[in-house]
Design a protein around this ligand. Structure first.
Ligand SMILES: Cc1cc2nc3c(=O)[nH]c(=O)nc-3n(C[C@H](O)[C@H](O)[C@H](O)COP(=O)(O)O)c2cc1C
Length: 251
């Protein structure tokens, strides 16, 4: 049983899709191949991998309530390729979006379902995940947490000779537990769909989100995007930044 995981985020690194596909891979057995779809140069390589596969899992970011255009170009090619080679793959989709409601991925899921009908493939279902950006940040926070624990252990070992600073471990366990809690909905549905991917069976569309109340999400999302905006050229991603004459004509 060979499963191909296709990361469809155009970002070069640190994308939410890679996080969710990493988790999904943990719950799928057999031969696993990871691919990255960013440009047309990736098409033939990925199609080659699909020849011997039984299942393909798309990790897709939601763009303007739909499938990103570079993924659509690939799907057009894949449709022809699967028909010509009489492939009978099961197709699954792990979609994520920035806003908190995972159900916003509904139209994207339906597009994948229709694609399967046209390409003669079996639609296996998918998971739509809301708050994808924030969930992706939880993995950094987890790594920071591990770093802090290591630092505290080192300081404690130097100062007292103890390699088990109790307070640092309690604080680590509390923070890790909280981060795990935020991810519980995602983990639950990825485990469930993982069982379907292994058996090649149909799972339907499921939706989940980061497990925090919406009003807390909005506050943190606003703070996060204001900070990111400054790094990306000023408030509101550079809209208010002074533009060169050529740029302002095109804006
Ligand atoms: C061009 C563009 C359009 C987007 N449209 C939506 C949208 O319609 N709804 C939404 O909730 N998030 C939207 N987002 C946010 C992405 O879905 C979100 O950042 C996602 O986590 C990106 O996944 P990735 O890191 O795997 O690329 C959009 C992002 C971009 C860049």
């Amino acid at each position: 049983m060979k499963t191909v995981f296709i990361n469809c985020s155009p970002k070069k690194k640190f994308c939410a899709s890679s996080y969710f596909l990493f988790l999904q891979r943990l719950f799928v057995s057999g031969k696993k191949v990871s691919e990255k779809l960013r440009t047309p140069a990736d098409h033939d390589r990925i199609l080659g991998e699909l020849r011997e596969a039984q299942a393909v899992v798309f990790g897709v970011p939601l763009y303007v309530d739909g499938i990103p255009s570079h993924v659509l170009r690939f799907m057009e090619k894949m449709e022809v390729f699967c028909r010509e080679n009489n492939l009978r793959l099961s197709v699954y989709c792990i979609a994520n979006n920035g806003f908190i409601e995972g159900r916003q991925n509904e139209s994207l899921m339906r597009n994948f379902e229709n694609f399967c009908v046209r390409a003669g493939l079996s639609w296996g279902g998918g998971v739509g995940i809301g708050g994808g950006v924030m969930l992706n940040v939880t993995r950094i926070l987890f790594l920071v947490n591990i770093g802090l624990l290591a630092l505290n252990t080192l300081i404690s070992a130097i100062n007292t000779g103890s390699f088990f600073p109790k307070d640092a471990w309690i604080s680590f366990a509390e923070n890790a537990g909280l981060l795990l809690f935020f991810n519980l909905g995602v983990l639950y549905y990825l485990i469930r769909i993982g069982a379907h991917i292994r058996k090649g069976t149909f799972s339907d569309r499921k939706y989940t989100r980061i497990l925090i109340p919406s009003f807390v999400f909005i506050i943190f999302a606003d703070i996060f995007f204001i900070i990111i905006s400054f790094f990306e050229g000023g408030l509101f991603r550079g809209w208010l930044a002074k533009k060169a004459p050529e740029e302002s004509k095109n804006a």
